[in-house]
Ligand binder design. Sequence first.
Ligand SMILES: [Zn+2]
Length: 238
Amino acid sequence: MISEVLSEIHQIQRQLTDLNSRLSRGPKLIRSQENAAQQVTARLEEVRAEYRQLRQQAKFKEEQLSQHEAALARRKTQMQEAKNNKEFQALKLQLSADEATDSALADEALAALEKTEKFALNVEAIEQELWQINETLKKTQESFSKEVPAIQENVARCSERLKEEEKKLSGDFLSIYHRLTRTMGGDQALASIAGEQFCGGCRQIVPINFIAQVVQGKPVTCKSCGRLLYVPEGFTVK
Ligand SMILES: [Zn+2]
């Protein structure tokens, strides 16, 4: 009879532990997703700053090139307007040097542009990553806030049932139970005899005479872990 009460109390206690861990799991998950979002946001800012720098560099190279090309065009006009062959030859020499510089500048401008375009993919990938994290976070928040009322309702119901069951305890059972729930926590205060001879809490063998006392309805605690023992329904001593 007392074993039935303890078994019922133990079951409710375990249910309460499970419900409470579900209640704390949501906020933990949300916090970790918020942290991830913060980290990716910081990384995105860094990468965006780097991207802005690359774009400026590419723009600078582009301007350098177009200035040089304008100078080159002027040089060609000067050649056409050369007053004599000596001047023409000097300008022609200058022009071929300018053309070499121009080609190098064009290569540099193109390389800078390519580098910038490639880097833009980096930025996009991180933006995508952040979007994904925020979506997941939103879903977690939504599903958790939907789940919470039902869990809380369940906690309230279990607590009520627990109170009712606890009223059935008296004497030594009540004082031991109170002491153990205080020191070990609700679902750790009790253990059933498992596999006919083990303490269900610590898996140590419980001597047969102790088990017999439990069956007789006496308060017995496990000598290894200190839990208050009960026998499962239909238990018989062999
Ligand atoms: Zn034990």
